[in-house]
Design a protein around this ligand. Structure first.
Ligand SMILES: C[S@@+](CC[C@H](N)C(=O)[O-])C[C@H]1O[C@@H](n2cnc3c(N)ncnc32)[C@H](O)[C@@H]1O
Length: 304
């Protein structure tokens, strides 16, 4: 598969960490090639997934292969993959599409296609195949009925889910300091078994309201995370920080220490260097990145 990526400059580091977590490699020029089949809509950074049918030296060879294979496809649409630049200008594309289209049996549907076909060029080779586009439905989660000044963004939350699970849907997740439930909304809508707790009854209740608003199970409860008994594959903790809430160093340490007891892996989000607390909790930092946020920096640590 060929994945094309896009991200705001300040989130490049986060995108790379997410791609390493899912595909075990860094992107090159906003492209990842992998044998792993990953739904592009599950990441805010993946624009699309191209499954190559043909890789050739010339465009004419693609036409030749289409003549041989006699594809039968209903309601298809052909598009140029911008990131895999063919050198064909936007206004020159139709003759190319027509030559492809007339070799496929079936009726095209440009407006509402069931099948997308992508044409691109990579390392001087023409590539033609099935294209799956990010449906961007997750963007609707930006407008939650209950917000919180220091919430994570939807893009970051989605990324954290993939980093915590390596894209494995069988993994169980907890966000024990869930705030208004940003990561739970993303995790549940991506099909993960995820729940959350918050020590503030108001935040826990707002998280449930947000989940119900998107027709998701209200899996957020009012609980001090240091009393959690259940075990999970991963926890995602956006740790409360002195600037925004009243929390002592000891309480922060207790949260991280508890995370080690209830989960095999921790993805920790902090506004300052808390490596020593992670080490005190006997976690090992296996990967990391920094995401600038206004005047501050968010540190994301992957711990095991
Ligand atoms: C930085 S906020 C999390 C924001 C969240 N990621 C969001 O997007 O809404 C930290 C949260 O941790 C909660 N918290 C603090 N101590 C806690 C504890 N011991 N157990 C559970 N939640 C706790 C706070 O009430 C606060 O909602």
């Amino acid at each position: 598969y060929i994945y094309t990526l896009n991200y705001p400059v300040q989130e490049e580091d986060l995108c790379n960490l997410e791609m390493r977590s899912i595909f075990d490699k860094n992107p090159i020029n906003k492209i990842i090639m992998s044998n792993i089949d990953f739904n592009p809509s599950d990441s805010a950074f993946i624009k699309g997934q191209l499954t190559p049918l043909y890789e050739t030296d010339t465009f004419e060879e693609i036409l030749k292969k289409l003549d041989e294979d006699k594809l039968k496809l209903e309601e298809f649409r052909i598009e140029l993959i911008n990131e895999l630049d063919t050198g064909i200008g936007y206004h020159e594309r139709l003759p190319y599409f027509n030559q492809i289209g007339e070799r496929i049996e079936g009726i095209p549907n440009v407006k509402n296609p069931k099948i997308r076909l992508g044409l691109g060029k990579l390392n001087d080779r023409w590539i033609f195949g099935f294209y799956k586009k990010n449906d961007a439905l997750w963007m609707a989660h930006t407008n939650k009925p209950c917000s919180y000044s220091n919430s994570l963004s939807v893009r970051v939350a989605r990324s954290l889910i993939n980093i915590a699970t390596n894209g494995d849907k069988t993994k169980t997740i907890i966000d024990p300091c869930c705030g208004v439930g940003t990561t739970i909304v993303e995790g549940l809508s991506m099909g993960y078994d995820i729940c959350g707790t918050d020590i503030s009854p108001k935040n826990a209740s707002n998280a449930r309201k947000n989940l119900e608003f998107f027709n998701l199970e209200p899996r957020a409860k009012y609980q001090d995370m240091t009393t959690i008994q259940e075990k999970y594959d991963a926890s995602i903790i956006d740790i409360p920080y002195g600037l925004f809430s009243h929390i002592t160093r000891e309480q922060q340490q207790n949260i991280i220490t508890k995370a080690k007891k209830i989960s095999k892996k921790l993805v920790l989000i902090t506004f300052e260097d808390l490596d020593y607390m992670v080490n005190n909790a006997n976690f090992k930092i296996i990967d990391r990145c920094v995401v600038p946020k206004g005047k501050f920096k968010r540190y994301i640590l992957v711990c095991q």
